[in-house]
Design a protein around this ligand. Structure first.
Ligand code: AMP
Ligand code: MG
Length: 472
């Protein structure tokens, strides 16, 4: 074996009911699609020959030091509590530590059935694997906390969905895979001892300054508030903000039916299963508060004075909308060149968004145009835009270098849905060039890339993607 990964296995040392140990189920003919050299290097993973990497990242060979296991968790799916979910198609191989001493999970997704698979086949098809690879790496380049993609392989097997589709496995890297649903798993069983162990593990791994459950809740609320504001600032809709898809680390996880807005509207929903718009673009700021309330519930048994805990946690959860508001104002203020926005700037931002919504302006291109040139062409209602622009010019007159700030935070490139779909269709037909091109361009979202102007174009009516689907 030539591929060496410096694994350690801290999650495996947690009590047995935290996980279920098992090897991956081998696949017929693994072939490497992509290996993320830059990420690998930062994790101290040296690349090996492509055949070796294909075997390891398909699960056909368990690398030395790995201790593969499926993690147990529960979760609220669309508001309904499911006491047992767990990794039904994923395996944690182990953890590696980067140069700064931060520990990361290395997980295979699509690696076969586990005790948590319920009716599923444990597999993934190529589309969701490439979608997660492209979108998670794009989110990272957009400076948004996220799980990442280390490798993708095809399996040489088909998986049966509505039709037979090519199988694939993604290797995901995460600060951890601890979810609100992991806490719910033990809270629902009344297993306070396990909850305490999970609490201690989580604070050691993610929040070394945290001492009490109250501290932890506050710290997670801060990270999640910042995260949702960051999503909104690039027009990102997660699509399945179930509590099992909300991390304690504050990273974005689970790129299922996620999508970026082209023409801005706050009610936008893409996910085919989100019939009531629970996870619509502008609802994300409310849903995350609900998810934090669920986390709060699980932490109560860890508190000596539970009545006091309920009171304190309620205060914390109620403080979250203000924290989101603050993070939102910072993000959107920066998009308009405001280095230190104050609450009075909210109207300036809101009025622009309202104009975009009524006008059907492209979210990304309009902000980029305001940042780099005149955005007048982006709007059909030019009089309203002109009036808004006059107010904005007056406001930024006192800013030291608004254009430089705006250039840093308004991307030219996002993973547009129609380009992601097109890339998947090419890959299914055997052409991975669009995947490699998208990955390369999206790694530098703030740079003008004249060769890639086609990737800044909004979809035509026939190209428009109206629905996205879970990555099953
Ligand atoms: P997700 O939609 O990725 O958040 O997954 C929700 C739950 O369904 C998790 O417990 C997954 O492990 C499980 N799941 C999703 N797809 C599959 C599959 N193909 N086989 C087995 N379990 C799956
Ligand atoms: Mg999930």
């Amino acid at each position: 074996m030539t591929l060496s990964i410096p694994f350690s296995n801290s999650y495996a040392s947690l009590p047995p009911h935290f996980h279920s140990r098992q090897p991956a189920a081998p696949v017929a003919a693994p072939q490497l699609i992509a290996f993320n050299d830059t990420l690998a290097e930062s994790l101290g993973i040296a690349p090996g020959p492509p055949e070796d990497m294909a075997r390891v990242f398909a699960g056909n060979e368990t690398p030395q030091g790995a201790d593969p296991l499926a993690q147990a968790y529960a979760g609220h799916q669309f508001g309904n509590f499911v006491p047992q979910l767990g990794d039904g198609r994923a395996l944690l191989l182990g953890e590696v530590t980067d140069k700064t001493g931060t520990r990361f999970d290395i997980q295979l997704k699509g690696s076969g059935r586990t005790p948590y698979s319920r009716g599923g086949d444990g597999r993934a098809w190529l589309g969701p694997v490439l979608r997660e690879y492209v979108v998670s790496e794009a989110m990272h380049a957009l400076t948004i906390p996220t799980t990442r993609a280390l490798a993708a392989v095809t399996t040489g097997e088909t998986v049966q969905r509505e039709t037979a589709l090519p199988g694939a496995v993604l290797t995901r890297v995460a600060a951890s895979h601890i979810r609100v649903g992991t806490f719910q798993f033990f809270a629902a069983r009344g297993d306070t001892k396990a909850l305490q162990a999970l609490f201690d593990y989580t604070r050691t791994r993610h929040y070394p300054d945290v001492e009490t459950p109250n501290d932890l809740l506050s710290a997670v609320i801060d990270r999640q508030a910042a995260l949702v504001a960051a999503w909104m600032s690039v027009g990102f809709i997660h699509g399945v903000m179930n509590t099992d898809n909300t991390t304690l680390s504050g990273e974005t996880i689970d790129y299922g039916p996620c999508a970026f807005i082209d023409d801005y509207h706050p009610d936008t929903v893409f996910s085919s299963i989100d019939r009531h718009g629970r996870y619509a673009y502008s609802n994300q700021a409310r849903v995350i508060v609900w998810n934090m309330a669920q986390l709060a519930n699980t932490l109560i048994p860890l508190c000596p004075d539970q009545d006091k805990a309920v009171e304190d946690f309620t205060t914390l959860v109620h403080s979250m909308p203000t924290r989101i508001e603050h993070a939102w104002l910072t993000r959107f203020g920066a998009k308009l060149g405001l280095s230190n926005p104050d609450p009075e700037d909210r109207a300036l931002i809101e009025d622009l968004l309202t104009l975009m919504a009524t006008d059907g302006a492209d979210f990304t291109n309009a902000f980029r145009a305001i940042a780099t040139s005149s955005a007048r062409d982006q709007f059909s209602d030019r009089n309203t835009f002109d009036a808004w622009e006059t107010r904005w010019q007056a406001r930024i007159a006192s800013e030291p270098d608004p254009r430089a700030l705006m250039a840093r935070v308004n991307p030219a490139f996002i993973p547009r849905n129609h380009r992601v779909e097109e890339m998947i269709q090419s890959a299914v037909a055997g052409d991975f060039a669009p995947f490699h091109r998208l990955t390369a361009v999206l790694a530098r979202p703030y740079d003008d890339q004249p060769d890639a102007l086609d990737l800044t174009r909004p979809p035509t009516d026939s190209e428009r993607v109206r629905q996205t689907f879970c990555g099953t």
